[in-house]
Design a protein around this ligand. Structure first.
Ligand code: GDP
Length: 440
């Protein structure tokens, strides 16, 4: 599903790999690629433009998270924005009422009849409903037959009137029949045409007005991309439907319909069809769909974890200290605490794509910091803030106090010095720009 789009998005994030921070330039470059990927997936032009603009603003407005790299942050922002584009949360179908009435609409061949069967079966088995299917396509005898066969397969009765050519009457009669026979759910399949046509619209509007359905679903073939979005718009203008059903997502669809419909029509996608079989139906979850499109759930949860633990004030304070070359052992230990708060080290590292497999057999224990912490805690407050005073006798005392040896103490101090030098190099010159970035 959406393989090409997934590949293209993944490739666009590569631009940010190796970049130290998010800048207007590298974001613009990345988003140029993202936008092209969306357009090639047949996403509506305006939708793609608004999407990238929104991502741009969010990316540039983010505080710099020390634990997160620019490309990881971008993956997360794009992921959230994709979910938002598709509606953010799943919207349930309204099946209250006795009986609840669901009216199906859509073009011929969209998968309306198949979906009616799938939905009846799903609501029967999962929601304990007692459904009645209604054959409202009076023009094609084969359509009535098709629904009857489906009904038989799932054990749901099908209401039809072969001699009656008035679908409005049939729908009304079917609702009466349902009431008399203890059916609490009526699913009305209607006639489609190959293209939008006035007679079809008038007819389905008349059915709507006659039976007053709780839920009108618009069924559309996802393979038709932009056409799907245009058709949805026309049906919605006339019917004001409640939700969209995207069928044939199992095929080679590019994703355009799934990504554009919500923003163009402002109605949620409620279900997807993923095959010809009657159990090939899924409730639509925007968030999960975004996961699938990006295929980078691991990075997304990594960034989420970091964001949860991120203390903005602390980061600002630290940044200032680094810039002034005042980063000391107190800060060092605070950083270790921060990393530890993020959870099990191995879990954390294995969330980074590509790392997972490599460290599987490696023994990273969560006590990796134990000695480091012990050494720092054995320092006096003065030593922690002024590491320069750590001479030989002080080092020997610290080694003894922390239950380590002088070699380990020396190593830590050396590491600390290197870290400090590196931090200074990173901020010198760029210090001001970095601070500016952080305040945005
Ligand atoms: P209708 O004219 O809108 O009632 O469409 P049908 O229900 O008759 O479906 C048209 C064709 O699409 C049939 O061959 C179905 O088997 C097929 N179809 C429907 N839904 C799906 C789906 O989710 N995936 C695939 N691959 N085929 C589907």
């Amino acid at each position: 599903m959406f393989e090409n789009l997934s590949d293209r998005l993944e490739r666009s994030f590569k631009i940010l790999k190796g970049e130290g921070k998010i800048t207007e330039i590298n974001v613009a470059e990345t988003l140029k690629d993202v936008r092209r990927a969306l357009l090639d997936a047949d996403v509506n032009y305006k939708t793609a433009k608004e999407f990238t603009e929104s991502v741009r603003q969010k990316a540039l407005g983010q505080d710099v998270l020390t634990a997160v790299k620019p490309h990881q942050l971008m993956v997360k922002i794009v992921h959230d924005e994709l979910a938002l584009l598709m509606g953010e949360t799943a919207i349930d179908i309204n099946i209250k009422g006795s009986p609840a009435i669901i009216l199906m609409s859509g073009l011929q061949g969209s998968g309306k009849t198949t979906f009616s069967g799938k939905l009846a079966s799903l609501l029967k088995s999962k929601r304990g409903k007692n459904p009645l299917l209604v054959a409202g396509d009076v023009y094609r005898p084969a359509a009535i037959q098709q629904l009857k066969i489906l009904g038989e397969q799932i054990g749901v009765p099908v209401y039809s009137e072969e001699e009656n050519k008035n679908p409005v009457k049939i729908a009304q009669n079917a609702v009466q029949y349902a009431k008399q026979h203890g059916k609490d759910l009526v699913i009305i399949d209607t006639a489609g045409r190959l293209a939008i046509d006035e007679a079809m619209m008038t007819e389905i509007t008349a059915i709507k007005n006659a039976v007053n359905p709780q839920e009108i679903l618009f069924v559309v073939d996802a393979m038709t991309g932009q056409d799907a979005v245009n058709t949805a718009k026309e049906f919605n203008d006339r019917l004001d439907f409640n939700g969209v059903v995207l069928t044939k997502l199992d095929g080679d669809t590019r994703g355009g319909a799934a990504l554009s419909i919500r923003s163009v029509v402002n109605k949620p996608i409620k279900f997807v069809g993923t095959g010809e079989k009657l159990d090939a139906i899924d409730v639509f979850h925007p968030e999960r769909m975004a996961d699938r499109i990006l295929g980078m759930g691991d990075i997304v949860s990594l960034v989420e974890k970091a964001q949860e633990q991120y203390d903005e004030e602390e980061a600002r304070r630290l940044q200032k200290k680094i810039a002034k070359n005042q980063f000391d052992f107190n800060d060092f230990i605070a950083q270790i605490q921060q990393i530890k708060k993020m959870g099990n080290l191995k879990d954390l590292a294995s969330m980074i794509p590509g790392v997972g497999k490599q460290i599987k057999d490696l023994d990273i224990d969560d006590d990796a910091f134990k000695n480091i912490e012990a050494i720092i805690r054995s320092m006096t407050p003065q030593e922690r803030t002024n590491p320069e005073i750590l001479n030989g006798s002080r080092r020997a005392r610290i080694a003894k106090g922390s239950g380590t040896n002088v070699q380990e103490v020396n190593n830590l101090i050396k590491q600390f010095d290197q870290t400090r030098k590196m931090m200074r190099a990173m901020t010198s010159g760029g210090g001001k720009a970095m601070m500016r970035n952080m305040r945005r």
